[in-house]
Design a protein around this ligand. Structure first.
Ligand code: ADP
Ligand code: MG
Length: 455
């Protein structure tokens, strides 16, 4: 039996408290986008039913906030053990335009997310793992800022693991255009925010304005598109916007954590469309790149960090650049606080938690083992003299991965592969680099293997 809500101030009071908690926990913008449009329908048989105005909104809140909502409800009312979301067009609260928040206003400035002033090309340290992505981003930025509307590749698709510089490069594109040609309209936003905007537009029955806004830009950049996986209507909208912009020769830049073909929950036509332009990956950092980044950052924050300490950090913190920066900042801050110079001896103590997390260094042995398993070959053949293609190619893949994923030098790697010469390793690395471009199967193998070592 459903409890009648109109007569039940108790349930409404519980709902109000749940909402207050949600606002506290998730903050104003998320609250406005997701929770405020919700309305309580009924509580019956231990289930709270909550209405939201759109289908993908239901999917999103169920997936991201469902558990939390259930827990909060249960804390208020222990009869509640489940939460169900339903779609009801009339669910949105009636709002006059005067009652809208400033954040609900939809001109370009608000649509675009703010840019981090540190994320410029000047501050981006370039090395082997990111040189293609960097060059492509620069090219796009320069073309978009130039008087003729040249679009070198559309879209530019940047992908790579967490903290490798995707967002940094996108902001850098925007800063460059803003500086060189302020008249150009550039929108940068996360795919999640794109969804917010879309939902807001639906809610205020403003979809025309929503479309116009996006379709009148010179450069549209959407960060982390993996977030719209499974959200069919948002994908649909994105697809149309995308096509309209491409038709008008406007630049699009997209980032994701995977290559277009590996994105899950994205429609096939969208995947293939995303792969039409230039696809550039950001590979895991190498020791050299990490050291270069640390040197640049230390100079930026004017921290007197001995080079031995920088080298130590570059060796030890291999996961991603964000953590690397965090480690450097911590060393610098602590040294300043206690008023002592930074030393190699003092560093491990300061960073013990970070170091423990990064301790799992990938080893050559581990790579050989995984690659051998992947190709169904004997691990002994990693170091054997056999030259048949069936063993030689996987061996090259393993060498390539060792170069990419460990701080070991070419001669060190060669030694571990049956005392081969460093030039053999170098040749293998180059060969696989080439094959990754021309041979789909190899590209996929490498990608798959690389992912196995990521955390
Ligand atoms: P992603 O979006 O790929 O997860 P970010 O662009 O947010 O990663 O980068 C994480 C942090 O690392 C940022 O502070 C960024 O400035 C920094 N960073 C990443 N790569 C580089 C680089 N090559 N040079 C300088 N800083 C970098
Ligand atoms: Mg990012």
């Amino acid at each position: 039996m459903a409890e009648d809500l109109r007569g039940d101030g108790r349930l409404q009071a519980q709902w109000a408290r749940v909402r207050a908690r949600l606002r506290e926990e998730y903050g104003g913008p998320a609250y406005r986008s997701w929770f405020r449009p919700m309305s309580l329908v009924e509580v019956s048989d231990g289930c709270v039913r909550i209405a939201v105005p759109a289908r993908f909104m239901r999917d999103w809140v169920a997936q991201h906030y469902g558990d939390r909502l259930r827990a909060l409800w249960n804390a208020e009312n222990n009869a509640v053990v489940a939460v169900e979301f339903m779609i009801a067009a009339g669910a949105e609260p009636v709002e006059t335009s005067a009652g809208r928040d400033a954040a609900d206003a939809t001109d370009l400035k608000d649509v675009s997310a703010s840019l981090d002033p540190r994320f410029t090309f000047e501050n981006f340290v370039v090395g082997k793992p990111n040189e293609l992505a960097n060059a492509a981003a620069r090219r796009v930025a320069e073309a978009a800022a130039s008087p003729g509307r040249v679009v070198p590749y559309n879209p530019l698709f940047l992908y790579g693991g967490v903290g490798l510089g995707k967002t940094h490069l996108m902001h850098a594109i925007a800063w460059h255009i803003r500086r060189e040609n302020p008249a150009r309209r550039v929108i940068y936003l996360s795919a999640e925010k794109f969804m917010y905007q879309f939902i807001r537009a639906l809610r205020f029955k403003d979809t025309m304005a929503f479309k116009d806004q996006f379709r009148s830009v010179d450069v549209l950049m959407i960060d982390d598109v993996q977030f719209i996986s499974g959200k069919e209507s948002t994908q649909e909208e994105f697809f149309h916007t995308f096509n309209a912009l491409v038709d008008q020769n406007r630049q699009i830049v997209v980032s994701a954590d995977k290559s277009p073909s590996d994105l899950e929950g994205i429609e096939d036509r969208m995947k293939s469309r995303l792969g039409w332009g230039l696809v550039a990956d950001l590979l895991p950092t190498t020791y050299e790149l990490r050291l270069g980044i640390l040197q640049a950052k230390a100079e930026q924050i004017k921290a007197p960090v001995p080079s031995k300490v920088l080298e130590f950090l570059a060796h030890k913190i291999t996961s991603n650049v964000r953590e690397l920066e965090g480690a450097l900042n911590r060393v610098a801050a602590q040294a300043q606080l206690v008023g002592q110079p930074i030393t190699l001896e003092g560093t491990p103590e300061m960073l013990h938690d970070l170091l423990r997390a990064n301790d799992r260094q990938i080893t050559i042995d581990e790579i050989q083992k995984r690659v051998a398993e992947h190709y169904n070959m004997r691990i002994g053949d990693m170091s054997s003299a056999r030259r048949a293609r069936a063993v030689a190619r996987p061996r090259q893949v393993a060498m390539y991965l060792c170069k990419q994923l460990t701080p070991r030098s070419l001669p060190e790697i060669g030694r571990k592969f049956g005392n081969r010469d460093h030039t053999t390793v170098m040749h293998a690395v180059r060969r696989i680099e080439d094959l990754r471009v021309t041979d789909r199967a190899i590209a996929e193998d490498v990608e798959l293997l690389r992912r196995m070592f990521e955390r």
